[in-house]
Write a protein that binds this ligand. Structure first.
Ligand SMILES: Nc1ncnc2c1ncn2[C@@H]1O[C@H](COP(=O)(O)OP(=O)(O)OP(=O)(O)O)[C@@H](O)[C@H]1O
Ligand code: NI
Length: 427
């Protein structure tokens, strides 16, 4: 029997920038079951990281969660906050947006942990890896020893997500206790670091990229989190190491039963790791379902396009064939009320000029697609005229889009030069 551990409803996260309002995440629903690996996949700039950061309350100015609920299933937490914040509690679910920030942040490390693409940012260069892991263990231990209601007053939140404040907060170079040192070594062993006793005394710069990635995973596991959010955890690594880290996450998930939200732009990684997947485009989930739904019964031409660009995880090819066209602008003023993919879509029809809802799709009960093709066959007679969006909208020039290159041959469809689809920067 499965139950939901996390329910995100109608989440909107905006950035209020000089250029205008950026709709990075728009009206997004997400339901994650306890113990599953849920993937979010999409091109650079589609809103994957902002979704993840919204869940763990890591959106900073000029960003803001403007709408929605983020409900976390935790009976103990629900019992602890019911009295003071009755409106935040629904059964065993607590709406994290409706409780005080301090309480929300106290869940970091124990309820949620996050790992990132670049492990360097999670470690203080002037402390040994072992000391930092021990510190994380110690903080989580103190947090767990404190009842939920007062947990918010501990400092757990300041450690558990890696780099945050860690550097500023560790004046001592010594282990807090022998116990936490032993646990740190155990954690290093758990994530497959050879000679953990010796490696514990080394500094982050003495670790290779893959080893430091393992150490970051160890740090994230120090508080035995219920949900691990992994944001492109292997993107910066070479393919062999990538495969090893994915195996490690897979093993850890099996052993601990933790839930993983895995963010990637690589459908090969999704195929290898996930139970269910949401395909993101322009701040929305445009198709979702089980792996079979999305790989075999896909409806959305964007999913199709991503599938056409799967890099071979193990292989030499390892290159994405970008989907033709520009990465969409997420500026509110430029988004328009249509299917956001229509200007790149080989099957765009007149029907796509209205913003589609999520339709149930042909696969499992989990399968949904935000595309009219879930409801109707493609009808060439309804196709939009060539160049339709060139005339009616100015091109969605975006920081993510590469420089414009001249087209070599006349396009068969409305096609723009390829946009960069990999290697986007994380903030
Ligand atoms: N600090 C910020 N200020 C302004 N806009 C931002 C900021 N952070 C993110 N955005 C906007 O939110 C959009 C979504 O960004 P996000 O980082 O979630 O993309 P992503 O899908 O994770 O891409 P990538 O694969 O490159 O990591 C971006 O296109 C960007 O326009
Ligand atoms: Ni990202």
């Amino acid at each position: 029997m499965t139950e939901d551990i996390l329910r995100v409803n109608r989440l909107s996260t905006r950035f209020f920038t000089q250029e205008g309002q950026v709709n990075a995440v728009d009206d997004l629903d997400l339901r994650i079951e306890r113990g599953e690996v849920f993937g979010i996949v999409g091109e650079s700039g589609s809103g994957k990281s902002v979704t993840a950061r919204s869940i763990v309350d890591l959106i900073e100015s000029p960003g803001e969660i403007t709408d929605g609920t983020i409900r976390f299933n935790d009976a103990e937490l629900a019992a602890a906050v019911r009295e003071d914040h009755p409106g935040a509690v629904d059964g065993d679910f607590v709406d994290l947006r409706a409780v005080p920030e301090r309480l929300r942040r106290s869940l970091r490390g124990t309820s949620f942990s996050m790992i990132f693409q670049d492990p360097e940012s999670s470690f203080n260069p002037s402390l040994t890896v072992g000391e930092q892991l021990a510190e994380a263990v110690e903080v989580q231990r103190r947090a767990s020893a404190t009842p939920r209601s007062t947990r918010a007053r501990t400092k757990s939140s300041e450690y558990s997500l890696g780099n945050f404040v860690l550097s500023a907060m560790l004046p001592s170079r010594r282990y807090v206790s022998e116990e936490s040192r032993e646990r740190a070594i155990e954690l290093l062993e758990l994530v497959g670091i050879p000679d953990p006793v010796e490696r514990a005394d080394e500094y982050p710069h003495e670790y290779s990229g893959g080893m430091l990635q393992r150490a970051m995973i160890a740090q994230a596991l120090a508080g035995e989190p219920d949900v691990l959010i992994a944001d492109e955890p292997t993107t910066a690594l070479d393919v062999t190491i990538q495969a090893q880290i994915l195996d490690l996450l897979d093993d850890l998930q099996r052993e601990t039963g933790m839930t993983i939200l895995l963010i990637t732009h690589n459908l090969g990684v999704v195929a290898r790791m996930c139970d269910r997947v949401g395909v993101m485009y322009a701040g929305e989930i445009v198709e979702r379902g089980t792996l079979a739904d999305v790989f075999d019964d896909r409806v959305h031409p964007y999913t199709e396009g991503l599938l056409g660009s799967i890099p071979d995880l193990e292989g030499v090819r390892g290159r994405l064939d970008p989907i033709p066209g520009n990465v969409p602008s997420l500026l509110d003023a430029e988004m328009g009320d249509r299917c956001h993919f229509a200007d790149r879509c080989p099957k765009a029809m007149a029907d796509c000029l209205e913003h589609p809802p999520e339709y149930p799709a042909a696969g499992s009960e989990h399968h949904q697609a935000r595309c009219v093709l879930a409801e109707m066959e493609y009808d060439p007679a309804r196709a939009l005229p060539e160049g339709y969006f060139d005339e009616t909208e100015r091109p969605a020039a975006d920081k993510h889009a590469g420089p414009e290159e001249p087209e070599e041959e006349p396009p068969e469809e409305r096609r723009h030069p390829p946009a960069e689809t990999t290697g986007g920067e994380h903030q």
